[in-house]
Design a protein around this ligand. Sequence first.
Ligand code: PLP
Length: 400
Amino acid sequence: MWDQIFSSRMSRMTASEIRELLKLLDQPDIISFAGGIPDPKLFPIAAFQDAFAETLGPDTQNEALQYSASEGYPPLRDWIAAQMAKLGIPCTRDNILITSGSQQALDYLGKLFLSPNDTALVSWPTYLGALGAFNAYEPHYDRLMPHANRTPADYAARAADKGGKVKFAYASVDFANPTGETIDRAGRESLLDLADELNIAVIEDAAYQSLRYDGDAIPPVLALEIARKGSIENCRTIYCGSFSKTLSPGLRVGWVCAAKPVISRLVLMKQAADLHSATINQIAITKVAKACFDDHVSNLRNAYKKRRDYMLNALSKHMPDGVTWTQPEGGMFIWLTLPDHMDGATMLAKSLETQRVAFVPGRAFHADGSCGNTIRLNFSLPDKATIEEGIKRLGALLRS
Ligand SMILES: Cc1ncc(COP(=O)(O)O)c(C=O)c1O
């Protein structure tokens, strides 16, 4: 009965086949590299305790528990605008919309740009949650390759063949989920050239941008575009930021930074969807950000850098020939490519059964379902001994 009355978009919103396997993660003897979450032991708990106590104190208690503006809490938008300026993105609070995590921004941007059969450009592989958000708007996907010489006309022709237009390029440019890779400056510049020629938006997902462990920071795509065009108001790049990987994912506070015409349309969506993000969380996160953002992020970088290095060392020690992996300069993930004949999902089932080690098979991150011989490993959660033991077991499995 239900299938006949659900909307057509639901046919694109399917549960992942690996979810069943990953349910096993709750079992205590499993070593998990499957998550993609911050280490809760590193949360700034004391700062949040103080911030929430203060937020519910006499100065802001009524405001904190009340409805508030769809655009977001003005002092938070001001703090974010100042942070953006430090990244080479001069802007004001009118260029900032607070969202319930950056995931909500991805959903709104899908809704804003995609009509059924339009094309979204994404990398192969890309963030699974972005595909999940965009799928509801029934797009096709084409492969974004900033360094390849596919012409704008080629992208446009393929989109027209599928009955729509290219509307945006989505890119997680720093330490991407799932590969950990970064698009270099030349790649960012050619992404902007492509977007200008196709007259499309660029969605810059900056979820991991603050978590750089080595190498020099590369200016955000939006900063490079402002350098070309003088002002954020002339730019087509839409920057999606988040506090999830720095302060706390549970509070669900992210933001969009973009030209005002984009922000005003997104505000309409927010009004229709959830009115505004939780006021109390926005006030508390403003206080924590003002109290300790830079120091806290610097502690996170030190801690996660060590875990990345433990995992890279363990991989060098234990992986058999024929397995290759990325060398991320930041973020939370390392991406493994197994020999062609191996399948990540099959390996996961075997690994859980015989080695009790979990990871995420790579196929689901590919919009075309290709590259089954890949897997994603997370290093932000496990400690040194767990990383060493888990990678040793995984190496033994791959060798066998
Ligand atoms: C690349 C990327 N973008 C966006 C998100 C969504 O994060 P949040 O909604 O918590 O800001 C994630 C979460 O893992 C992510 O990996």
